[in-house]
Design a protein around this ligand. Sequence first.
Ligand code: UD1
Ligand code: UDP
Length: 381
Amino acid sequence: MSRKLKIMSIFGTRPEAIKMCPLVKELEGREEFESVVCVTAQHREMLDSVLSCFELSPDYDLDIMEKGQTIEGITSKVLEKLSPVLAEVKPDAVLVHGDTTTAFASALAAFYSQIPVGHVEAGLRTFDKYSPFPEEMNRCLIGRIADFHFSPTSANKENLLKESVGGKIFITGNTVIDAMKYTVNARPFTDKELQNTDFGKRVITITCHRRENYGEPMENIFRAIRALAERHGDALFIYPVHLSPVVRQCASKHLGDVSNIKLIEPLDAMDMHKLLSKSYMVMTDSGGLQEEAPALGKPVLVLRRETERPEAVRAGTVKLAGTDADTIIALAEELLLDSEKYDEMAHAVNPYGDGNASKRIADALAFSFGLSTAAPEEFRP
Ligand code: UD1
Ligand code: UDP
């Protein structure tokens, strides 16, 4: 083949990395593409852990993370540091993922350099600009900039059509399901705490980190989890705590001294996905976990006011619990005490993908740039 399409994938946080690594591997494995990877390192340790799971070394590392960083700081550093890299590499297109500040600032930097932008995981919306914050606005703004939108589901595509974003929209499935092919059964646990955990008990996996939950909502969530642990001594609550100092301080204040709550360090993606597969249920404000846990048949209570992932709610495996302590306790107890209610939620569904999203995205890029005449098949659950 005479011409290769130079695609620069840009990402910076743990969830972007987990969802972009399978796509980078797909691009690397195909002769139509020259793949270049630039990480902003908005996250440092949590990003490096994913890169090491997927055995991927970035070509460029902007190394921007600071302890207790602000969204303004992240935005300005990415804009400043990415532009010279774009000028040097001159990619045919850049790919950004999802709704982080890395993704928004990178899309903006590419726009300023007049480089086409592909948005992976496009079209998710809560329609509340402050929830999740700042992610909802980040993804709306990226949608306006992007030339290619890779939407996981048909509902995501509908959202983009209603906004008349322009550009080409492809329904691809979510690359997180591709990632799980690499992770869930890759190897035994490496984390010592998990190696010593009795999975004969009901294990409830917790994560909580969102900026809009900082302060009172997070305090309420942790009060609810503490009350649940105290009332259900036979269950084990495992919480790999995000490295954000705000989250760590709040978690250790409310949950640090309860014997059946294990506050552990962030897990690598392989341990985390294996933990999900062995859990009884999941309580989380994470986006990615709302896609992963249903694929494994694990009920999820979402500790947020809104979700941009209504597909799993409709399928019955995810429930919006909000941030009110009494509601969280009531919904969790339903799952702990009522086996019928539990069975209703605990079935595996995969509205988000079939493990071939990366291939569809690569096919769509080749098609859009005239390297192939075959349009990719749409993902249909
Ligand atoms: C970011 C994203 C959020 C995403 C989340 C995934 C934005 C505004 N937020 O939020 O959408 O859901 O990542 O986890 O883009 N830290 C470390 N080491 C790390 C990672 C983080 O020490 O490897 C600490 C640092 O003190 C850092 C803080 O965590 O300043 C917050 O990180 P930041 O990326 O700003 O926010 P997140 O809450 O992680
Ligand atoms: N995750 C992980 N280790 C952990 C906690 C989460 O690998 O200790 C994974 C999780 O399985 C999912 C992703 O990180 O793939 C979600 O990231 P996060 O909750 O930080 O961000 P969000 O999805 O909310 O943007």
